[in-house]
Design a protein around this ligand. Structure first.
Ligand code: GLC
Length: 738
């Protein structure tokens, strides 16, 4: 049975444990129990194993069962006495003040419910600078945790229904008390709860988002290319359990939403973008149970998960196509696009497949051609058929009920084709369509009739009605590089957002990038910012390769952190990975056969978790070669180094999370001149500054205190930096005026 998702919007009160949850008192508690164990001759290892989260009297009773009631009370008093004056290193836990300020701002009642006695609790909370509106201690109840009385009394005093209270705990007895009170539980320290929190700042962020605006506004997204993320079975092919196993990697990156590339049943001729059953999880990815587990685990970390809706085409192995191609009179015939041969017996028009050759394949059984804008094994669906449209509505509904939080929509601007299937005109000689990821022949046509037909908006509007019933997010894959034209896909009741691929289709040119971003920001506040994906060369490679490419990509991430919309990472981008090496003959991408320089294999090599054979991706033989990764490319190799790409990005995204409340104040972003060739954007009280050039900037006065500096880990929201600075090449900062 899957747990019901926690509805943060409906919470009536938040009830927090003290020691280890709100207050970091570990050292003091340990010292006191160590001294006590010495006095009472108890085994300290056992003491520490049972003491946490329980009232002292419980611990004493468990450890020294021979004592009578008054001796137990005395031993517990002694234990507390040892702690009363030991407040030297007691402090608020990470994120505690952020959370409490957020609760006050949101008007959400809160209380502290602790197993400490009142004198100790007041002293510790005071030392941590926390003044709770309601404090319930072990002195106020008959029995302490795991008995639910403290939590129930707190709810009653706050006038909240227990079922709408959230308990926050870092110990098993505390969680047991919360559950026994019928409350939802958020757990710290890797314990299991309705929510699994890294720290209290994360809860602050989730509440802020749930209450302020739709969850996807200003969210940080992460694309998992499923076949290459992590293999849990040793067959060399990534799977859903592999993603579940690494959700904490994503949580530490402050990721709000994960996009899974297609996990549906598929013959994998385009690695999942050829679907044979829209309602089944492919066994090679772990089947239905693995998806349920992943959704549950992600939701418990406060993360959303979106799927990949691939409905421009199906696989030729889909039963709809089997039926359609069996006879011209079969009712499903019209789910696909069939035409008689041209008078010379050739294809009906001049349209081309993205992967090479004509977009039409002759089907001898019925004597007609069918259309496929991709492989012949990916026949295009007929979106002018209302019966097909209704089938897809039901598919969307099915997955949103099942627990997905939305979809990335594959080739979202394709779907409908020109009703007359007119020939595409050629582009003037020497001109090419701007999008990569296809053949040169394809780029020589003006794609006036096969893709991007205006009727597609009506389909999006219909999906939006379905999605909005579930609070789900629809994110388009639209390769329309002109942001003004792209904005038409995300106005009104169309898609919630669309990727803007300007930064994906470009190499490095600071002035051009600057101008492109300014134009995109002006076009819409609902775009999704992205530097790379599974179809295009990786950002660090396109931006110059090596350290330079990494630093340039990072500088853009700092700007992206300020811009309205959603900001995305493609798996491995957090490591600053460049394209992997794939020796000839070892690739698998259908596009590479027709257009080797556009091979997508190089961006799909396995995620390097740690050095060594298999890279921590698999214990077997990976489906694509390892890519030639170095130790310093891996998650393990970068984790311990505070200056690694991974850690700088983590710092950036954690700071951004803290600033979410300020980001929510306005979507209006303006380009600013600050007196040096530094790219500067302002959004309300927040600024992003980046030196996109390869030379140091002139000295500039920071227009607000810096809370993040790509080159200086000492700069934080708690220790901001002000004054004049010279920005090193690619150095980038976030500033907050308050
Ligand atoms: C999208 C996908 C790509 C796939 C194509 C056909 O562009 O991102 O990987 O090959 O659609 O489904």
């Amino acid at each position: 049975m899957r747990r019901q998702r926690l509805d943060l919007e409906a919470l009536e009160a938040v009830l927090l444990d003290m020691d280890g949850t709100l207050v970091d008192s570990d050292a003091s508690v340990e010292r006191a129990w160590t001294a006590w164990a010495g006095e009472y001759g108890a085994d300290i290892a056992r003491v520490l194993a049972v003491a946490h989260g329980s009232p002292a009297a419980h611990t004493v009773r468990r450890l020294l069962p021979a004592l009578d009631a008054s001796e137990v009370a005395e031993a517990a008093r002694r234990q507390h006495a040892l702690q009363y004056d030991d407040l030297a290193d007691v402090a608020a836990a990470p994120g505690a003040h952020d959370l409490l300020a957020e609760l006050d701002r949101l008007g959400l009642p809160w209380a502290v419910v602790t197993s400490a006695d009142r004198r100790l609790a007041e002293a510790r909370l005071h030392a941590a600078g926390i003044d709770p509106p309601l404090l319930l201690t072990v002195d106020d109840v008959r029995a302490g945790k795991p008995d639910p009385e403290g939590y129930l009394r707190a709810a009653a005093r706050l006038g909240a229904d227990p079922a709408s209270c959230l308990v926050v705990e870092d110990s098993e007895p505390g969680l047991a008390a919360g559950r026994a009170a019928g409350m939802r539980c958020a757990a710290l320290r890797g314990l299991d709860g309705d929510l699994r929190l890294l720290d209290l700042g994360q809860l602050a962020h989730l509440l802020r988002h749930a209450r302020l605006r739709p969850w996807w506004r200003d969210a940080v997204g992460y694309q998992v290319y499923l076949p290459s993320f992590r293999d849990s079975t040793g067959d060399g092919w990534g799977d859903l359990a592999g993603v579940s196993a690494h959700l904490d990697h994503l949580a530490r990156l402050a990721v709000d939403v994960v996009w899974l590339t297609p996990f549906f049943r598929s013959p994998m001729r385009d690695h999942g973008y050829d679907i044979a059953d829209y309602r089944a999880v492919d066994p090679s990815f772990g089947g239905e149970a693995a998806l349920d587990e992943l959704l549950d685990q992600a939701h418990r970390r406060g993360m959303r998960v979106i799927g990949d809706l691939v409905v421009n085409h199906t696989s030729d192995a889909h039963p709809w196509f089997a039926a359609a191609s069996s006879s011209r009179s079969e009712p499903r015939r019209d789910y696909y696009i069939w035409r008689d041969p041209a008078p010379d017996g050739g294809p009906p028009n001049n349209w081309l497949s993205h992967f090479g050759g004509p977009a039409w394949t002759f089907s001898p059984a019925t004597g007609q051609y069918y259309l496929h804008l991709f492989r012949p094994e990916q026949p295009d669906l007929n979106w002018r058929n209302p019966a097909l449209a209704a089938e897809i509505d039901a598919v969307i509904e099915h997955w949103l009920v099942r627990g997905l939080d939305g979809f990335r929509i594959d080739t979202a601007a394709y779907l409908v084709k020109d009703a007359g299937l007119r020939d595409n005109p050629p582009l003037p000689p020497g001109r090419l369509a701007p999008t990569l990821g296809t053949t040169l022949d394809w780029r020589r046509q003006d794609h006036r009739y096969d893709i991007h037909q205006p009727d597609v908006h009506a389909i999006h509007e219909q999906w939006r009605r379905v999605a909005d019933r579930h609070g789900a997010f629809l994110l388009g894959e639209v390769y329309e590089l002109d942001p003004v034209a792209l904005a038409r896909f995300v106005t009104g009741e169309r898609l919630h957002s669309s990727f803007w691929f300007g930064l994906v289709e470009t190499g490095w040119n600071p002035d051009r990038i600057d101008a492109m971003i300014t134009a995109a920001v002006a076009a819409s506040p609902r775009l999704s910012w992205v530097q790379g994906n599974h179809d295009r060369s990786r950002a660090a490679t396109r931006y110059g390769g090596g350290m330079l490419g990494r630093r340039r990509s990072l500088a853009l991430h700092v700007l992206m952190a300020l811009l309205p919309g959603t900001a995305w990472l493609y798996q491995g981008e957090e490591l600053g990975l460049g394209d992997g090496q794939v020796p000839p003959g070892q690739g698998a991408d259908p596009l590479a056969t027709a257009q080797p320089d556009q091979s997508r294999d190089v961006v799909r090599t396995p995620m390097p978790w740690r050095p060594g054979p298999g890279l921590g991706f698999t214990t077997g033989r990976p489906w694509l070669p390892g890519g030639g990764r170095l130790r310093s490319d891996t998650v393990a190799g970068q984790t311990g180094d505070p200056a690694s790409h991974l850690n700088v990005l983590r710092r950036l995204l954690m700071v951004r999370r803290r600033l979410a409340g300020l980001l929510a104040v306005t979507d209006e972003v303006t380009r600013q001149e600050i007196g040096a060739p530094v790219t500067a954007y302002r959004r309300g009280d927040l600024w992003a500054l980046a030196n996109l050039r390869d030379t140091p900037s002139a000295e500039v006065e920071l227009p607000a205190p810096a809370v993040f500096d790509s080159d200086d880990p000492a700069v934080t929201a708690d220790r901001p930096k002000s004054g004049r600075i010279r920005l090193a090449p690619q150095q980038a900062l976030l500033l907050a005026a308050r």
